[in-house]
Design a protein around this ligand. Sequence first.
Ligand code: ZN
Length: 322
Amino acid sequence: MGTSSSKLLFLDPVFVEKIWGGRKLETEFGYEIPDGPIGECWAISAHPHGDCRVAEGPFAGTTLSELWDTHRELFGSAPGDRFPLLVKILDACDNLSVQVHPDDAYAAEHEDGSLGKRECWYVLDADEGAQIIVGQHAHDRAEFLQMVREGRWDSLLNEVPIRAGDFFPVEPGTVHAILAGTLILETQQSSDVTYRVYDFDRVDAAGNARDLHIRQSADVVDYSAEPPADGAIRTPEVDGITHLLHNDSFDVLRVRVHEGAPIAIDQRWDYLCVSVVDGAGAVELEGEARPLAKGAHFIALSGAGTLRFSGEMELICSYVER
Ligand code: ZN
């Protein structure tokens, strides 16, 4: 302990097979993944459905949830009964279901004390013509239920074209679906509560459809939210850093590092989640450099101080404001 490298917690991702998944986590990110359609890489997660293990150092093999419970000082003694963030990469070879997530209050009451789920998407890659569903057009619960009953999906759902570099905040109560041909980095609250609105009438090999949750969906949809027209980033980039999102649950930054223009990030958080989504370079702290490449994920722990990034890289970082 005490060396700079022990302030960086590198994690081994958990890979999840999904009917809509593909192979891009292997071909694009170089991960060793299981056979079959792999849809999700849970890169930074302490959720029981995919609890990442520490890859190296004094805590190698320990799960992130165990570390949170037993070594809270590493996280600046941040409050909370669970590690609150979850960072995933999703490879959607086919459409995901149309879904909506509850907020903290609804989830606490109806989902056994779970957190709600606020998420956001940074588009890493998108096929020509790819689209995404974010937002819906019903004005109230009754109209929503009627449109669902009548299967008027084209009028109900707000479909938006996407391209690499787009960003979409997805608040609780926002109807959404990631559609085929999309590679996305998702930053979200550590929750797995999903209400499925529509699954494109798909059935599995045995002829079974996945469950729908129409009543819960109608309960939690935010009918007053204005659906977005696109995913263009409108916040300015300042010295390589774009503050993509700020809310009660977490903040998200995009950091673009270029040769000859290293970026220093001062520690203004208890801990910082970092994902290298493109390129290669290094992170230096306390005079010690550690190489980084696309697909690396780590948490800079409490006391890490200033992180100096160099090379040619794109990073997505997240933290909970203290
Ligand atoms: Zn979702």
